[in-house]
Ligand binder design. Structure first.
Ligand SMILES: Cc1ncc(COP(=O)(O)O)c(C=O)c1O
Length: 421
């Protein structure tokens, strides 16, 4: 069995564990790779086993399911995937979902009850902000937000406001939800400060969740800074080939179990084929992210010196001292997704985007190929103008996600596209 996580007491690294963790070839005819288990249900060895499994699933018996029951709850490919996802964040447990948004919505629905207040950093991915503001509000859940770069004092003030609001509404502050770096500004949240403020104002019963899609799992490990739950759009770097949609959360079992119960009821688990593809992606996630990160550093170095470039929102070139301090304490790499500010506005950005020959004009990020888009007129078109201005989503901003192509080819592509600006 390849489940040994250490050799002579020396823990194995995630990149090694991705090749075998959670799968025993002996159980599948010696197949080196896990088969895709296309089944909706699982045969019980005996009626008593069936009863015991359901006692675990329904929570009648503590400890959860000790066998597979039905594919809405879990299945072999998803179990292997979840074991491997947990490794990267140093989490006790992980849950997989059919999209990043399913993961985030099921997580928020699990912890929010009528009258409760969610405290969140801003900006968030637009669909997450929309779920909190438009959908959870239908069930009497409200929110208070704070800007991503907020100081400890500012976070203290927001938590005090949220507590007062919750007690007026007869509820509690049910979750602190962060996204760092924020999409699309790349602003970082001080997770250590949020944890200290949470401990002081609310105690450890109010979980801190964080969307780690932009830097995870390689360049940021927020559980190490005091977050309780980490959320991902696996569609991005983890899937990494722009060929699937999936999501996950990870954290201590006590935080995962209630979410698992709601997922068991609602569905929303990742399908077996996607889980298999994600296991394959996890074998190369470190290699891909390392290469993309190196490429981004070279491309940004070139772009930063170009006369038609007004600025870069790249974590490897932070200009703000507070953001740099957060970066130094929280991040292990600058990532490969950044914003490019051109001299000009929408017309110049469109000429640039329409002239690209290697980079593809598409939203999303974290794939093997380089993508570029114009947030103000695409992903963030529906954001009101004054909020766009406050967030720095200007007409001259192009968002770029660098892939694993040859870096000199990418630079040549940006060079010729800038000639058309
Ligand atoms: C930061 C962030 N979180 C969550 C999501 C949602 O993920 P998905 O598209 O997999 O539902 C996205 C998608 O772009 C994202 O960028």
């Amino acid at each position: 069995m390849s489940d040994a996580n250490s050799i002579n007491g020396r823990p194995l690294k995630p990149s090694t564990l991705m090749m075998g963790l959670g799968f025993d070839p002996k159980l599948s005819e010696g197949s080196l790779k896990p088969p895709i288990f296309l089944t909706s249900t699982f045969a019980f060895p005996s009626a008593a086993d069936g009863k015991r499994h359901f006692e675990g699933i329904t929570g009648k018996r503590p400890g959860g399911a000790d066998g597979l029951v039905y594919s809405r709850f879990n299945a072999p490919n998803q179990e292997i995937l979840e074991d491997r996802l947990a490794i990267w964040d140093g989490a006790e447990d992980a849950l997989s979902f059919s999209s990043g948004m399913t993961a985030i919505c099921v997580l928020l629905l699990t912890y929010a009850a009528q009258g409760d207040v969610i405290v969140h950093s801003g900006p968030l991915y637009a669909a997450t902000e929309g779920f909190v503001a438009k959908w959870l509000s239908k069930f009497g859940v409200s929110y208070v937000d704070f800007p991503a770069g907020a100081s400890r004092e500012e976070i203290d003030a927001v938590l005090a406001k949220a507590k007062a609001k919750a007690s007026e509404q007869g509820g509690k502050v049910c979750m602190i939800y962060l996204e760092s770096p924020a999409n699309p500004t790349n602003a970082l949240v001080d997770v250590e400060a949020v944890k200290a403020a949470r401990d002081a104002a609310l105690g450890a019963d109010c979980p801190i969740a964080i969307d780690n899609t932009f830097l995870g799992p390689l360049w940021q490990r927020p559980l190490d800074q005091g977050a309780d739950i980490v959320a991902y759009s696996l569609t991005k770097y983890v899937g990494g080939h722009s060929d699937l949609v999936a999501g996950s959360i990870a954290g201590a079992k006590k935080w995962m179990d209630p979410v698992r119960m709601l997922r068991n009821t609602m569905g929303g688990i990742c399908d077996p084929n996607t889980a298999w593809m994600l296991c394959r992606s996890l074998e190369t996630v470190e290699l891909r992210m390392q290469r993309a990160g190196e490429n981004a550093a070279k491309v940004c170095d070139y772009l930063s010196k170009h006369p038609k470039v007004a600025g870069l929102g790249y974590l490897g070139m932070i200009t703000d001292a507070r953001q740099q301090d957060i970066y130094d304490r929280h991040c292990l790499g600058a990532g490969s997704t950044f914003s490019l500010l051109l001299k000009g506005g929408e017309a110049e950005c469109f000429r640039f985007l329409d002239s690209l020959k290697i980079a593809k004009l598409a939203v999303s990020l974290g794939g093997t190929e380089t993508l570029a888009s114009h947030p103000a007129s695409m992903t963030h078109l529906s954001v009101p103008d004054e909020r766009k201005a406050a967030l720095g989503i200007t007409d001259n901003l192009v968002r770029i996600s660098i892939g694993i192509e040859d870096p000199d080819d990418l630079i040549a592509d940006f060079e010729q596209a800038l000639e058309h600006v």
